[in-house]
Ligand binder design. Structure first.
Ligand SMILES: *[C@@H]1O[C@H](CO)[C@@H](O)[C@H](O)[C@H]1NC(C)=O
Ligand SMILES: *[C@@H]1O[C@H](CO)[C@@H](O)[C@H](O)[C@H]1NC(C)=O
Length: 636
C-alpha cells in the first residue's frame, strides 16, 4: 500500500517540476519545440528555450519569431565545420535579401545539440527573444506568430555565423500557443528526454500545412529522471519493508506464529521483492536498448503487481493475527479496498492506452518521448512487423525471421528500386544463402552510401535483439527516404521490375490509371530529401513501367518532366512575386508617411506603383483575389 502511495506522489511531483514543451512538425522530419520557463512567462522577459531538429538532407533549417520575412528574428541551423555539431546563426529578416547575422541576439547552443543518426538537433537558449530590432513577442501572452523555412541540399559544414545561405525551398508561417509551452525551471528542457536521439518520424500533419497544423503538446517528464525517482522511492519502500520484516520475524518467533499465513506470505513477498532491483535494472536497461519490453520487463512488472495485491491482503491477515479490534479491521479494509481499486484501474488504463498506441499511429509518439516508448513498447515490435508485412506482402511473425536478409533487401528495394530481387532468396534455409542475401544488401548500402554498418554475423544468427535494432533503424531510414507511391512487392519479387516489360505477371494498370497515379504521386509528394524531384520522379515512373507498355512509359516520363518544370516555374513565380510585394509595401509605407507623394502623379514612386498595378488589357483583378493577395503572409 505504501508503495502505491509513494509512487503516486512521485508522479505528481514529476508533473510540476518538469518543463512543458510545445512541439510542432510542420514538415516531414523537421520539428520545432519550445519552452518558456515559469519565471520568463511571469515577467515577460528572460530565457526561452527552443529546439530545431531536421534530417541532414536539409542544408539549413530556420525558425523565426514574427509573421513575415521582414522584421523577424530568425535562427538558422546548419552543420558545423567538423560536421558533428550544428551552428545556429541568429539573423534579422529584412524582407529583401538574405537575412543578415544579428550580433545583438543572445543565444547559446546547449547540451544535446549535435548530429546523430543523420539528424541535426539544436537546443538553444535565447536570453533576449522578447524583443529584437524590428519586433517583439509577448512571452506572457498566448498567441504568437512564427515562420519557418528550409533548404535541401548538401551540408554547409560551417562555424561562420554569417555564412552565406541560399534561398529557401519552402517557407511558411505558423502559430504557437505560448501557454502550452509554459512551465518549469530556467534550465535546458531538452536533455534527458530520449526524443533527442531518436530518428526522424514523419509528421502526421505534414500534408495539412503548418498554419493549420495542430500543435502536438506534451508534458516532458524526462524518462531518465522518472526512472531515478522510481528507484529512489522503491528503495525507500524496500528498506521500510526490511525493517517491518525484521519486527515481524521477531514477533512471530516469540509468539510461535511462524507457520501462520501472514508471516509465510510476508516472507515469500520479501524474497521476491529482493529480486525487483535486479529485474528492474535489466528491464529498464534493455528497454532503452530494444525499445520494447523484454522477459525481464514481464518479470519486473508481474512481481511488482502481484506483490502489491498480496501485500494488501497480507496486511489484513496481520491485523487478524494481532487480534485487532473490528474498528481497525474495517478501517484497513476500506482504505485497502479503495487503494486496490484505484491501483487496478490505473493498471487497466495504462495497458489499454498502451494497446491503443500500438494500434493507432504510434509512429507519431513512439521513439520521440521516453515515456511513450516505455508505455507502448513491446507492441512496437508488432507495429514494425505489421508495417513490414504490409509493405512486402509477407507473413513474418517474428523479428528473428528477418535474419535471412531477404526482407531487408526488399525494404531497401522499395526505397531504391534497384536491388536485383530475382537473386534475393526468400526461401533461404541455410546460413550460406542468408549470407548471399546480405551480400546483395551490402552492395546496395555501398552504392547508395547508406551509412550503417551491417553486423551480418549477428543478424544471420537470427538474434532477436540485433534484428530488432536493425529493423527499427531501417524503418526510420525508410520513413525518411521512401519515395512515396505504391510499391508492388509481389511483382518485384517475381522479377517484374524495370526491364521486365509488358509480359510481366503483375496486373497491368490501364494507361490512364497509371498516369493519374503517377501524377498524384509526384504531385502530392514533397520533394524527397534524397535530392528532390529530379531524383525521384523517374523512379516512380520506372516502378509503373512493368505493366504499362512502352507508350505509357513515354507518357509517364513526359509527365514527370512536366511536373518538374511546373515546380521550378512555381518556385520562380513565388520568388518574383515576393520581390514585387516587397516593393509594393515599401511604396505604401512611404506614401503613408508622406501623403504628398500620393498626390504627385509624376513622382518616381507613383510611376512605379502604376507599373505594379497595371494589368493586361481586358484583365480585371477579381475582388477576392485582390484581398487574398494583400492578406498573404510575406515569407523569406
Ligand atoms: C555541440 O555543442 C554544444 C555547445 O558547445 C555542446 O553542448 C554539445 O555537447 C555539442 N555536441 C556534440 C555532439 O559535440
Ligand atoms: C500469407 O498468408 C495468407 C493467408 O494466411 C496467404 O494467403 C498468403 O499466401 C501468405 N503469403 C505468403 C507470402 O506466404
Amino acid at each position: 500500500m505504501k508503495r502505491a502511495f509513494v509512487a503516486a506522489a512521485a508522479l505528481s511531483i514529476g508533473r510540476t517540476v518538469y518543463a512543458a514543451t510545445a512541439k510542432t512538425c510542420p514538415e516531414s522530419g523537421i520539428c520545432y519545440e519550445l519552452n518558456i520557463p515559469d519565471t520568463t512567462a511571469r515577467s515577460g522577459s528572460g530565457d526561452i528555450y527552443f529546439q530545431l531538429s531536421a534530417p541532414t538532407s536539409y542544408q539549413w533549417v530556420a525558425v523565426g519569431q514574427g509573421s513575415g520575412m521582414a522584421g523577424s528574428n530568425i535562427f538558422v541551423m546548419y552543420t558545423s565545420a567538423d560536421g558533428t555539431n550544428v551552428t545556429v546563426s541568429p539573423r534579422l529578416g529584412t524582407g529583401f535579401q538574405q537575412p543578415l547575422h544579428d550580433i545583438a541576439a543572445q543565444i547559446t547552443l546547449l547540451e544535446g545539440s549535435g548530429v546523430s543518426d543523420r539528424v541535426m538537433t539544436a537546443n538553444v537558449r535565447c536570453s533576449n527573444c522578447e524583443s529584437w530590432s524590428g519586433g517583439s513577442m509577448d512571452l506572457t501572452g498566448t498567441r504568437s506568430n512564427w515562420i519557418h523555412a528550409y533548404k535541401q541540399g548538401s551540408a554547409l559544414n560551417s562555424d561562420d555565423l554569417a555564412e552565406n545561405i541560399q534561398q529557401h525551398d519552402q517557407s511558411a508561417p505558423f502559430n504557437w500557443d505560448l501557454s502550452q509551452a509554459r512551465g518549469g525551471a530556467d534550465v535546458n528542457p531538452f536533455v534527458g528526454s530520449a526524443g533527442n536521439t531518436a530518428g526522424p518520424t514523419p509528421s502526421t500533419v505534414a500534408s495539412t500545412g503548418p498554419s493549420s497544423s495542430p500543435l502536438r503538446i506534451r508534458t516532458a517528464l524526462p524518462f531518465k529522471s522518472l526512472v531515478w525517482i522510481h528507484v529512489a522511492t522503491q528503495t525507500l519502500a524496500l528498506l521500510i519493508f526490511i525493517v517491518a520484516v525484521g519486527l515481524g520475524l521477531h514477533m512471530a518467533t516469540t509468539d510461535h506464529q511462524l507457520s501462520q499465513a501472514h508471516p509465510i506470505i510476508g516472507l515469500v513477498l520479501f524474497v521476491s521483492l529482493l529480486l525487483q532491483p535486479v529485474l528492474g535494472w535489466m528491464h529498464h536497461g534493455l528497454y532503452k536498448k530494444y525499445a520494447g519490453r523484454t522477459l525481464w520487463s514481464d518479470g519486473h512488472l508481474s512481481i511488482g503487481r502481484i506483490a502489491i495485491v498480496f501485500g494488501m491482503i497480507n496486511g489484513g491477515l496481520g491485523l487478524q493475527l494481532a487480534y485487532a479490534g473490528s474498528g481497525a479491521k474495517i478501517a484497513y479494509g476500506v482504505v485497502a479496498g479503495i487503494v486496490g481499486v484505484v491501483y487496478l484501474a490505473a493498471i487497466v488504463y495504462g495497458e489499454v492506452r498502451r494497446n491503443k498506441h500500438a494500434i493507432g499511429n504510434g509512429q507519431d509518439e513512439k521513439g520521440r518521448d521516453g515515456l511513450d516508448r516505455e508505455g507502448s513498447g513491446s507492441s512496437g515490435q508488432q507495429e514494425l512487423l505489421a508495417w513490414l508485412n504490409g509493405l512486402l506482402q509477407l507473413n513474418i511473425t517474428k523479428v528473428e525471421q528477418c535474419g535471412t536478409g531477404a526482407a531487408y533487401c526488399q525494404i531497401y528495394d522499395s526505397i531504391f528500386l534497384d536491388i536485383p530481387m530475382s537473386r534475393v532468396k526468400f526461401n533461404a534455409n541455410s546460413e550460406y544463402q542468408y549470407l548471399e542475401n546480405f551480400k546483395i544488401l551490402s552492395n546496395c548500402f555501398r552504392k547508395h552510401h547508406v551509412d550503417r554498418p551491417l553486423t551480418v554475423e549477428q543478424l544471420t544468427k537470427c538474434k532477436m535483439q540485433d534484428n530488432l535494432e536493425f529493423l527499427q533503424w531501417t524503418k526510420r531510414y525508410w520513413d525518411q527516404y521512401y519515395p512515396g507511391g505504391d510499391y508492388d512487392a509481389l511483382a518485384r519479387r517475381k522479377g517484374a521490375g524495370p526491364g521486365a516489360g509488358p509480359g510481366a505477371s503483375a496486373p497491368a494498370p490501364t494507361p490512364t490509371s497509371a498516369r493519374t497515379s503517377t501524377s498524384a504521386n509526384t504531385g502530392a509528394r514533397r520533394p524527397g530529401p534524397a535530392g528532390g524531384m529530379a531524383a525521384t520522379a523517374p523512379r516512380t515512373t520506372s516502378r509503373q513501367a512493368g505493366g504499362g507498355g512502352p507508350a505509357s512509359t513515354v507518357l509517364q516520363q513526359k509527365n514527370a518532366e512536366l511536373m518538374e518544370t511546373v515546380q521550378g516555374l512555381e518556385r520562380e513565380r513565388d520568388f518574383y512575386f515576393s520581390k514585387l510585394r516587397d516593393i509594393e509595401l515599401l511604396i505604401q509605407q512611404a506614401m503613408e508617411a508622406d501623403a504628398a507623394l500620393e498626390e504627385d502623379e509624376g513622382s518616381l514612386l507613383k510611376q512605379i506603383q502604376t507599373i505594379l498595378y497595371s494589368t493586361e488589357e481586358g484583365f480585371e483583378i477579381p475582388a477576392e483575389a485582390e484581398t487574398e493577395a494583400v492578406g498573404e503572409e510575406e515569407t523569406f
